[in-house]
Design a protein around this ligand. Structure first.
Ligand code: 23J
Ligand code: MN
Length: 293
């Protein structure tokens, strides 16, 4: 069933929780949902809870991954074409059509994107349970390391150091690698950071992704063009974040912005891809609900 790696009982249990279609019946001790959402509405109005935009602008200048041609075909340049612009083609209205790869800009990776996730149930953008699109975020700050070393890899020890301060990474949470790499997002050359040895950008080790899957996370997010490091094509296996997250029927978020505006723990992420039929991923607006003190 999982050809590339064996899973512990705890990782399998957490997978079954996230894959459930219907929530478990509320317990008597659960907080009253109406009161809770009333408080949330007040907090949003007052600014006690802030909405932080984690998406990059999506247009012809958005940086796109450049795979070596010997590995495979590339996603096409983004195009935005006017259908009409208050003119003879539509006198009172403006609207556009897009030429847009699923894996363009700030985007979601569905399990079906990778061969290791191709046979899971509910592994496409139109079938993933909606409740998996909202959840808590753990933000691991690697900005200092990534500034010094463009090939920086977050190790299991790095995650454990975060857990020592902030507590265990909870099941069904998003783990986001903060690198401040998004500050390069306005230039494809700076963002992809390619030299004669290939692309250089930070990411996780294969062991880190294993560790997070054993914790039962919902997914892994990064500020770089994909969820894997620039050097990941040469890892064993190649592209471990893709290989192992999707093997576990979990998700990815790439080209995230503004992770420096999130606390290490306590934000709620809203990351809902377009409901593309049999979609392998989708550009999306990622929002974080952030408490302000
Ligand atoms: C295809 C092949 C390799 C990679 C990717 C896509 C992505 O990063 C992506 O956007 O999913 S690394
Ligand atoms: Mn992708």
């Amino acid at each position: 069933m999982f050809p590339l790696v064996r899973f512990s009982a705890s990782s399998l249990r957490s997978i079954s929780i996230a894959d459930q279609e219907t929530p478990r019946p509320a317990k008597v001790s659960d907080m009253d949902g109406t009161q809770l959402l009333g408080q949330l509405a007040s907090a949003l109005a007052s600014g006690a809870v802030e909405v932080v935009d984690l998406s990059a602008p999506l247009g012809p200048d958005t940086p796109l991954i450049k795979l070596p041609p010997e590995i495979g075909k590339n996603t096409p340049p983004i195009e935005i074409h006017a259908i009409s612009h208050y003119d003879k083609d539509g006198p009172f209205w403006a609207w556009n059509w897009l030429k847009l790869g699923e894996h363009s800009g700030t985007h979601f990776d569905a399990p079906v994107h990778w061969i290791s996730g191709k046979d899971h149930p509910n592994n496409t953008t139109d079938t993933i349970p909606a409740k998996n699109f909202v959840g808590p975020a753990c933000v691991i700050d690697c900005s200092g390391e990534a500034a010094k070393n463009h090939d920086f890899l977050l190790t299991v020890d790095g995650v454990k150091a975060w857990e020592k301060t902030h507590g265990d990474v909870p099941p069904n949470s998003w783990v986001l690698m903060r690198t401040d790499w998004y500050k390069r997002n306005n230039s494809e050359a700076k963002f992809l950071n390619v030299d004669d040895k290939g692309p250089h950008s930070p990411g996780p080790t294969a062991e880190t992704i294993h560790y997070l899957i054993a914790k039962g996370v919902m997914g892994w997010g990064s500020e770089t063009v994909g969820t894997d490091a620039g050097s990941a094509g040469g890892m064993d296996p190649p592209f471990p974040a893709h290989t192992f997250m999707h093997q576990a029927n979990r998700y990815g978020l790439a080209s995230l912005c503004n992770l420096d505006r999130l606390p290490p723990k306590g934000a709620i992420l809203i990351a809902a891809p377009l409901k593309i039929v049999k979609g392998t991923g989708s550009p999306l607006r990622v929002l974080a609900l952030v408490p302000r003190h």
